[in-house]
Design a binder for this molecule. Structure first.
Ligand code: NI
Length: 186
């Protein structure tokens, strides 16, 4: 069979989809499954460890994460989360985060150290898993995307002031399709 995976366009800060609360997935159709394949493919091509549907302009409660693939010899092991919900949070930790929708911005964000999450996978099977450290962090970061929240909204007020200009410039160079007209990509 022909490889039909597509590279999806990443929406950059300033795009409205990034600020919207995403809709739950009602049914896992073949179209949704194909979308998930493309979302996963795009995450790997862009060297991400997580990617949420709103980041490619699709306002649905879906994300993919693979927090370790880049460090572990590029062995791919994607986890798909559809309609995820957190069941538990524990502890707190602070670490630097980045986001494919916020190029060149890295800031420290405080999050729960451990989480328990439940979701559906791409086959409609209910999954529940416990995660900690970077895995827990990326799950929380991607979950925020489903609520229209970007990590720069979670940093200290002082740092928010500090990066305001950078954000304004990013938004200014993002066109109505969420594409950054100053960046040459793909
Ligand atoms: Ni992100």
């Amino acid at each position: 069979m022909k490889n039909k995976r597509q590279l999806l366009k990443i929406r950059i800060y300033g795009d409205k989809t990034l600020n919207k609360v995403a809709e739950p997935v009602k049914e896992i159709t073949p179209e949704i499954q194909e979308f998930i394949q493309n979302l996963t493919h795009t995450m790997y091509i862009k060297n991400g460890i997580g990617l949420a549907a709103p980041q490619v302009g699709i306002s649905l409660r879906i994300y993919v994460v693979d927090p370790f693939w880049y460090k572990e010899g590029k062995k791919k092991n994607p986890y798909i989360f559809i309609n995820p919900e957190f069941l538990e949070f524990e502890g707190e930790s602070t670490a630097e985060e980045g986001c494919l929708s916020l190029p060149d911005i890295f800031e420290k964000v405080s999050r729960a150290e451990k989480v328990v999450i439940t979701a559906m996978n791409e086959n409609g099977k209910k999954i529940t898993l416990e995660a900690e450290g970077i895995f827990a962090r990326v799950l929380q970061h991607e979950f925020d995307h489903l609520g229209g929240i970007l990590f720069v909204e979670k940093i200290s007020k002082l740092r928010q002031v500090f990066i305001k200009k950078k954000l304004r410039e990013l938004a200014k160079s993002t066109d109505e399709n969420g594409e950054n007209i100053q960046r040459i990509e793909d």
